[in-house]
Design a binder for this molecule. Structure first.
Ligand SMILES: Cc1ncc(COP(=O)(O)O)c(C=O)c1O
Length: 385
């Protein structure tokens, strides 16, 4: 058993970002400024799209995208029950009603047929989540959206590197929303980004992210002289700081080597668990790129001789930090009380949520780290079957 606790999702942080952060601290300009502007430029270049707006979270990115899409009270947004609560909460924050469509049991992504069945005259958008980094069936979802005149807002929190039929995740619909939270493929601590092709949408999101103050209000303390700002809408405090962007600029440069490192670990896991009675993640489909964000296994108590929660405890006892992505949304009391959702109404998401475990998968893992994960999984399951 390993001696120290392996923190789940711990990111690789290198000297370049440490030095950049120190430089920002010494510069005296810690808040939104030139580093944020550079991170936005670099990200829009990486995604090959006109506009990128950096924010303090993906939750903020989703919330402002929904508002910028003109969605609000009386409107419905169809999304997946197998997601983080932020996806659902962002819809509620915008005043709209979230509507769930169950996932495909194999891909774990929203099932386009189930989306179709949930469309009403109030439906305004589809909000797909590229779960674990695997792209959703965007051909089918885009077709539904265009036939029913719906917007598409992609939750790409897991999907920075994801591609589908030659196109990059986040560029299919009106908005793509990204997370740089500490466990994500690249990090800024907390942080998010919206990408869009529409200049006026990018400008509105930027303005809403800083209290609704008029364009370029962040420059008001700059060396070009004080600029008065005007509050033109009641906005939010969602801006990214230079301190965060200083990390992101360097992380983004390493996005490819980090992806290859996770792929290496992914393949080692696949090989090591081939004879273990757990369900492994399914292969990426042809002509797509999986972002390899989560390595999720399913623990079926009948086959494994241990419950999912028993397995979580056993892994922790072996000093391995693990994750659960996710208990399905209708398992939570707030949504049950507010929307009368029941887990059984979304059976695939319910089963996955009750069986799933995410194993450590980060560019920071050393060979001995991932080997300790393999031997812990093998020993826990072997003891039970
Ligand atoms: C699918 C999904 N959507 C949204 C979010 C929210 O991201 P953030 O923590 O940057 O607000 C997360 C974060 O874990 C997520 O996994």
């Amino acid at each position: 058993m390993r001696k120290d606790f392996l923190v789940y999702g711990s990111p690789a942080i290198e000297n370049a970002e440490i030095e950049e952060v120190v430089g920002v601290m010494q510069s005296g300009w810690l808040g939104t400024g030139t580093k944020v502007a550079q991170f936005e430029r670099d990200f829009s270049e990486y995604k090959d799209i006109e506009f990128a707006v950096a924010l303090n979270s993906c939750t903020a990115a989703l919330h402002l995208s929904i508002l910028a899409a003109g969605i609000g009270p009386g409107d419905e947004v169809i999304t997946t029950p197998l997601t983080f609560c932020a996806t659902i909460n962002a819809i509620i924050h915008a005043g709209a009603k979230p509507v769930l469509a169950d996932v495909d049991p194999v891909t774990m992504n929203i099932d386009p047929e189930k989306v179709l069945a949930k469309i009403t005259p109030n439906t305004k958008a589809i909000l797909p989540v590229h779960f674990a980094g695997r792209p959703c069936d965007m051909d089918a979802l885009c077709k539904i959206a265009s036939e029913h005149k719906l917007k598409i807002i992609e939750d790409c929190a897991h999907a920075i590197e994801t591609e589908y039929h030659g196109r990059k995740a986040g560029t299919f619909g009106n908005f793509g929303c990204f997370s740089f939270y500490v466990t994500k493929n690249i990090v800024t601590g907390e942080g998010g980004m919206v990408i869009t092709k529409a200049e006026q949408d990018a400008a509105r999101i930027k303005m809403l992210a800083l209290h609704g103050m008029s364009k370029d209000a962040w420059k008001r303390f700059g060396d070009k002289g004080y600029k008065h700002y005007q509050v033109v809408e009641c906005g939010y405090k969602y801006n990214m700081m230079d301190l965060q962007a200083a990390i992101g600029i360097h992380q983004l440069q390493r996005i490819e080597p980090y992806w290859h490192k996770r792929q290496e670990i992914w393949l080692h896991y696949n090989e090591a668990f081939a004879d273990v009675p757990i369900t492994l993640p399914t292969q990426a489909e042809p002509d797509t790129r999986h972002a390899l964000h989560l390595y999720t296994i399913l623990i079926d108590e009948q086959r494994c001789g241990i419950s999912r929660d028993g397995f979580l405890d056993a892994m922790t006892a072996q000093n391995i930090g693990i994750g659960v992505h996710y208990l399905s949304i209708p398992e939570h009391p707030y949504y049950q009380q507010t929307f009368r959702w029941q887990p059984e109404d979304y059976p695939h998401a319910m089963r996955i949520g009750r069986q799933t475990v995410s194993l450590p998968l980060s560019a920071k893992l050393s060979d001995s780290d991932y080997k300790s994960v393999i031997s812990a999984v093998r020993s826990i399951i072997a003891l039970k079957v």
